[in-house]
Every structure is written in structure tokens, then in C-alpha cells.
Design a protein around this ligand. Sequence first.
Ligand code: DGY
Length: 323
Amino acid sequence: MTKKSILVARAVFPEVLERLTQHFEVESNQADTIWPREEFIRRLQGKSGVFTTGGERIDADLLKACPDLKICANMAVGYNNFDVPAMTAAGVLATNAPDVLTETTADMGFALLMATARRVSESEAYLRAGQWTKWSYDMFTGTDIHGSTLGILGMGRIGRAIAKRGGHGFGMNVIYHNRSRLAPELEAQVNAKYVSKTDLFKQADHIVLVLPYSAENHHTVAAAEIALMKPTSTLINIGRGGLIDENALAVALQANKILGAGLDVFEGEPKVNPALTALKNVVLTPHIGSATVPTRQAMANLAADNLIAYLTQGQAKTPLNTL
Ligand code: DGY
């Protein structure tokens, strides 16, 4: 039987590529070139599947131009690069990579929270610049994490993993807001109290954004929400950049309206708003929430599993739509 053809849009672990080549004719991109959209579409011609990494937009126009496509497998839990209704309409399966990155991404949320609250990046830059000449009582004083109130916006799997870290590990009082309230048994498991979005912004000492991004929650944190926050509080974003109005955040940080922010995701990434890079009270990381070797391997293997299972047996492991 002739093998189906697939496209792997970005560089991946060689062993994952090797697994895929056992089942498919694979066009890969180990040079990790960011193909212009026209080139991406051209390379998709005749391909039954594509392995994407979250940056490749799959929409109605692309689907129209790629009639052979049957499945797009994202190596990411977030899938805001997919227009899922358009994919369903075109008979194309969408899959993501949930679960395997939950704990790793929750770790990163906490790393950013701690670095921001305790001013780790700012003080390290000061030290490296040779500016540290003496100890002083108020040098780089931050805010406490233990015993404080942790506010989580978006209480999916990653939100709950962060809640556990905060509650069990740091004795934090955990509050959350989510589109829908958790079932009582899940709420009890993470020992978190459901509050309105306004109360979350007013009461929390540290706010972590972990909700999926969509057009509906674009800039869900803007000047009005930031104005509710305590002057000693921090804002952490490990969801998607578009959740925050970055200009409003930069204005607030510049005026020290909050203590600081920790951001792993940006609206125009990989470009970062210069208003943010100009500030000291923000910790900035280049979308590395899931970046540990075992987790990235698990994500890549899950995307590969989805391609193999769907194109050889008609059943994907983690589908996002029903055809
Ligand atoms: C995800 O899985 O959505 C991450 O943000 C991608 O690294």
C-alpha cells in the first residue's frame, strides 16, 4: 500500500520524525524555517496530514487551497491557531496535545510568579552589571508568596495544577474565576474558592492567567482590571499574549500601580512590545511554559500519535472536533 504524505511544519525531535517516516512519506523542516504562508500552502499540496506547532494558522482560506488535507495535529495544548469550525466544515480533523504538559507548565507559572514577586531577574541584572556594592535593608524587597492570596483566571487542568502548588506547597489562599464554576468535588480537591472576575482582581496578591485565548477574551485584562489590583500584587501570564492589553499593563508597571508582571507569552510574539522590554519590573520569557525535554518529547509524540492513529486507523487520540 502506498504511504500517505504528511508535512511537518517545524523542526522536531529526530526520533519523532523517524516514527512518522515508518508510516508516511514525510516532508520535514529540520532547518526550522518559518515558511511564508504561500509556501506553507504550496508544501501542503498532496499532503493528508500536517504536524503543526501552534504558530501555523489553519483557516478556511488555507483549507480551501489544500483539499487533500485530512488532519492537523498541533504539538500544543492551545489551538488558537486553528479555526476549528472551519476545519469541521471542511471535514478536517483538529487535534491538540493536552495533559502531557500540565505539570510542566504549572511549574513555569510558579517560576514566573516567584521570580516576579521576589524580583529575581531585576536583581540578577543589577548584580551582573556590577552595581552591587553593599547590602541594604530595602534592596530589592518584593512581596511574599507563602500565605498570600493566589488568584487563578481559567481553572482548567493547568489552573488546577497551579492551585495545588499554591495551596499545598505555599499555604496560599486560592481563589479562581472561570467561565463555569468547577464541580464541587474538583473545587474541594484544589481547595479553591470561586469568585467573580472583579473580586479576583481586587483580592488576589498574585494573579495567574491560564485560560485559553479566543476572540471573546481578547484583552480580558485591560486598564480597568489592572486598576482593581493591589499595588503590591503581581500579574502572571502563561496563557496567550492576547489575553492582556500590553500597552495598558506597561503604563501600570511604569507607574508602579502593581509590583510586577511575569510574562511568558506576548501578543505579537516572537516580537515583544518595546514598552515592556523597557521596564525592570517585568520578568519576560520566550514562551517556554512547556519547555522541558521530557514534556516536549511527550507533546511531539502525542501529535505524531494523532497523525498515525487517524491516518492509518481513522481514530485520533485527542481530537478537538467531531466529523
Ligand atoms: C501550548 O501547548 O499551548 C503551549 O503554549 C505551546 O508551547
